[in-house]
Design a protein around this ligand. Structure first.
Ligand code: PMV
Length: 329
């Protein structure tokens, strides 16, 4: 039996624009998904998943991966989650050259689902690592990232950038521009605070909305390019350890995302509460539409302000995690 874990992430800068070839800087956060894989005597896959983010609930899926899983749960995101685990196990089997092994898999995730924190990438990375190790194979984190990207690409019908999977596999702050993925060295400690509205956005719809705007208006295309400029300025601020400048740029980035129509009332309310709580800066993270914001704040101010913000279901500190996917036991 092997347990591996991988971190979630926030976008410091660059979501949506990354879809059009601009760079983005996602950062791994100290919130992890843990996956335990134990080989079975048959070729079945049994998945037990526990969501530890809010109230916590459990679902069991018992079936052969060859069958379409028939999962009787009200939560469509959880159903999609089973698709991610199935595909991750397929990748592990492929990497180990062991097509017909079965697994009992336990997923425990402290990362809200579909809320812009990269929960699926973390689960997939941890599942690939745990299942391959269980089969006696140890993969390089870059190979895990690559295989995890293939899983996301498949499950999300081709709508996936390499940002989430690479960031979660490697840890720290990373820079992703098309297929060019790198770790950013010597990053200062980034005091992230997350606000969560309890909801999620529809990534496909939000990405399509930005695409339509970009095609209709030249100034929307310019807005996407301007986000790329923010990312390049942000890289310089990271190198200079300039947290104040990073905060300013996060505020600017949020404004442009809002102009592109991907914010929401609750995300805006949390962003403003964070700023009034003395955050250095705040923005939505991920696809938007609902889910999470990320603020930069070394003090307690943002957490306190968010606790009293209508529409904010949960707030937590989630500092930069320099560890990527790793074996736990
Ligand atoms: O919500 P998330 O964490 O899946 O992020 C989506 C980020 C987008 O740039 C909108 C899409 C992508 O695949 O990069």
């Amino acid at each position: 039996m092997v347990t591996s874990s991988a971190p979630g992430k926030v976008y410091l800068f660059g979501e949506h624009a990354v879809v059009y070839g601009e760079p983005a800087v996602p950062c791994a956060i100290e919130r992890r998904a843990r996956v335990t894989a134990e080989q079975r005597d048959d070729d079945k896959l049994r998945v037990n998943a526990t969501d530890l983010t809010l109230d916590g609930f459990t679902v069991e899926y018992d079936g052969s991966v060859a069958d379409t899983p028939d999962i009787d749960v009200a939560e469509p995101l959880l159903e999609e989650g089973m698709g991610y685990v199935n595909q991750a196990i397929e990748q592990a089997r492929d990497a180990a050259g062991a097509q017909d092994v079965g697994f009992d898999v336990t997923v425990q995730s402290a990362i809200p689902l579909g809320a812009g924190l990269g929960s699926s990438a973390a689960v997939v990375n941890a599942a690939i690592d745990a299942a391959t190790r269980e089969l006696g194979v140890e993969l390089d984190p870059r190979e895990i990232a690559d295989r995890a990207y293939r899983v996301e690409y498949e499950v999300q019908d081709g709508q996936a950038s390499r940002a989430d999977t690479f960031c979660s596999a490697m840890g720290g702050a990373v820079r992703v521009e098309g297929d060019d993925c790198r770790q950013i060295p010597d990053v200062p400690n980034l005091p992230f605070v997350v606000g969560y509205d309890g909801g999620s956005g529809d990534t496909g719809k939000l990405v399509a909305g930005v695409r339509d705007l970009r095609e209709e208006y030249g100034f929307a295309a310019d807005t996407v390019e301007a986000i790329g400029d923010i990312v390049r300025e942000g890289e310089a601020a990271l190198e200079a350890d300039d947290l104040d400048e990073l905060g300013e740029l996060m505020n600017f980035n949020h404004g442009l995302l809002s102009a592109l129509g991907v914010s929401s009332r609750s995300l805006d309310a949390m962003v403003w509460a964070a700023r009034e709580g003395d955050a250095l800066g705040a923005k939505l993270t991920g696809a938007g539409g609902g889910g999470c914001i990320v603020a930069l704040d070394p003090t307690e101010g943002t957490e306190t302000a968010l606790r009293y913000t209508p529409g904010c279901e949960a707030t937590f500190r989630a500092e930069l995690d320099t560890d990527g996917v790793r074996v736990e036991s």
